[in-house]
Design a protein around this ligand. Structure first.
Ligand code: URA
Length: 496
């Protein structure tokens, strides 16, 4: 049996693998006769895996021109499985992929055998790769560098993935941080986004990444405050945040001392007894209360810019995990009027500013018609992250649950405490409910000023602009006129 040696141009050269595998199938070369190697820097042996190299050319086998033959027939699962499994560092992945391909050609029933051992091994590789990609999306921490050469600062992160996942994971960061300039450095491959396109460079060293910045110190202070010793489950925490990632996570430096003191701190909480908690907290609050109290202290000491920066890291509810970024309020630090919407929409989520999408445009139109200037008031939302479900290619707005909106309430209250407006406009039911602490029927109360119990601030209730956009054609004009009339009542709080 004639043996073959196939040189792959890089560790993730799927195009090269497909081309070579196709020839091998056509020439009836069985898997046992093939040795797969990496050509990079002549480090041929797959058992001494070379670093990931840029793909310069598809893999070339050592024999003649490609035969004009149809591609091998493969079931639908095969290619996606190879696309992910090839990113694993396992040196035998090419051989495994080819063996399964070969067997699929010779044993047609195999395509239905989900328990096949080769397929199972590839699926295991793919699972590990997906997990590595997920961890990269969760544990990359950017540090801001102001090079002074661009109005936009550069955000740089250092990360050490286990597998060849940088290219495959880069589009996630491109989507999430579209409006930032950023770079992620790893030992094997670096990726950069300049606001318009992704580019990839060879690996870097840890020292190439910048040291901690001021934003990080704030994040650490916040993390320390929200750490709840009574809820500490070390095993679970380690499962979610494996120790091997800790050395690159700023907050991990706090974990060891916080864990060490947790027993003592939670013991103290138990000794102080339940009265201590009951006195400070409403009954319905979950166990997280002591955390909430200290997080409140942390927020109380922050200005608006610091709050906005800390809010980017908030994961007190699951929405933030899927949003591009937190969209914090904007406007003069001590505006007399604050306008509160529900939550950022698709456009706001991508651009990082409140009310810039279709609802924002309608709002701007009303503002212009009222003779107001948007620069004169502070605009924010009750919920800071975009909650959505994906339908086809679109991200459709989903209303935040009460628990999710409540998790976000401390950010809104911190904004109110900082801005100290004289009055607030609540756009829609979510804003009204969060501001007033009770459900408010908009159809009955729109145009009325209701008082907040906590600080006596007057809140003008009115419709959310999205409701006007959704209104039937024949009702829209009247609803808009009514909305203008509601809003006009706040004119006294717009500086002349
Ligand atoms: N809807 C809102 O409530 N807020 C926004 O920022 C955008 C749409």
């Amino acid at each position: 049996m004639l043996s073959r040696t196939i040189e792959m141009a890089s560790a993730t050269d799927l195009a090269g693998f497909r081309q070579a595998a196709r020839r091998l199938i056509v020439e009836q070369v069985p898997p046992e006769a093939v040795t797969w190697t990496l050509s990079y820097q002549g480090l041929g042996d797959l058992f001494a895996e070379a670093p990931h190299a840029p793909t310069t050319a598809p893999a070339e086998s050592t024999w003649a021109a490609p035969p004009q033959a149809p591609p091998p027939l493969v079931p639908a699962f095969f290619l996606p499985l190879c696309q992910t499994a090839i990113l694993h560092r396992e040196p035998r992945r090419f051989a495994l992929m080819y063996r399964l391909l070969w067997r699929l050609q010779h044993q047609p029933a195999l395509r239905h055998d989900t328990l096949d051992e080769d397929r199972g091994q590839l699926e295991d590789l793919a699972r590990v790769v997906r997990r590595d990609m997920h961890k990269m999306t969760a544990f990359v921490r950017f540090r801001t560098v102001d090079e002074g050469t661009s109005p936009e600062p550069l955000h740089i992160a250092w990360f050490e993935p286990d597998h060849h996942i940088v290219e495959a994971t880069a589009p996630f960061f491109q989507r999430r941080f579209t409006h930032m300039r950023w770079a992620i450095l790893t030992p094997e491959r670096c990726v950069q986004w300049d606001g318009a396109q992704l580019s990839f460079q060879p690996g870097a060293r840890r020292e190439d990444a910048p040291a901690a910045d001021a934003g990080e110190q704030l994040w650490l202070t916040y993390y320390e405050h929200i750490f709840n010793p009574a809820r500490l489950k070390v095993k679970m925490m380690e499962r979610e945040m494996p120790r091997r990632y800790w050395h690159n996570l700023p907050e991990a430096a706090l974990i060891a001392p916080l864990v060490a003191s947790a027993h003592q701190r939670s013991g103290g909480m138990i000794e102080r007894g339940p009265q201590d908690m009951v006195k400070r907290l409403p009954k319905s609050m979950p166990l997280k209360v002591s955390t909430a109290a200290s997080a409140h202290d942390a927020r109380a000491s922050m200005n608006l810019a610091q709050l906005s920066s800390a809010c980017q890291h908030c994961r007190d509810c699951p929405i933030g995990e899927h949003a591009t970024q937190a969209v914090f309020g904007e406007g003069p630090a001590h505006a007399a009027l604050m306008v509160v919407g529900e939550q950022p929409g698709d456009q706001e989520d991508l651009r990082g500013h409140p009310f810039v999408g279709p609802a924002g445009q309608l709002f701007n139109r009303a503002v212009a018609q009222l003779g107001w200037d948007r620069q004169q008031f502070y605009v924010t939302n009750a919920v800071k992250h975009f909650k959505y479900e994906v339908r086809g290619k679109r991200r459709m707005h989903k209303t935040a649950s009460q628990a999710e909106a409540d998790a976000c309430l401390p950010w809104l209250e911190a904004e109110i405490a900082q801005v100290r407006p004289k009055a607030i406009i609540a756009l829609g039911a979510t804003a009204a409910r969060q501001l007033l602490g009770r459900p408010v029927p908009i159809t009955k109360t729109h145009g009325q000023w209701l008082k907040r119990e906590s600080d006596g601030l007057p809140v003008l209730i009115t419709t959310h602009p999205s409701a006007l956009l959704r209104a039937q054609d024949d009702a829209r004009a009247a609803a808009y006129t009514q909305w203008l009339a509601d809003l006009r009542q706040a004119t006294e709080h717009i500086p002349a």
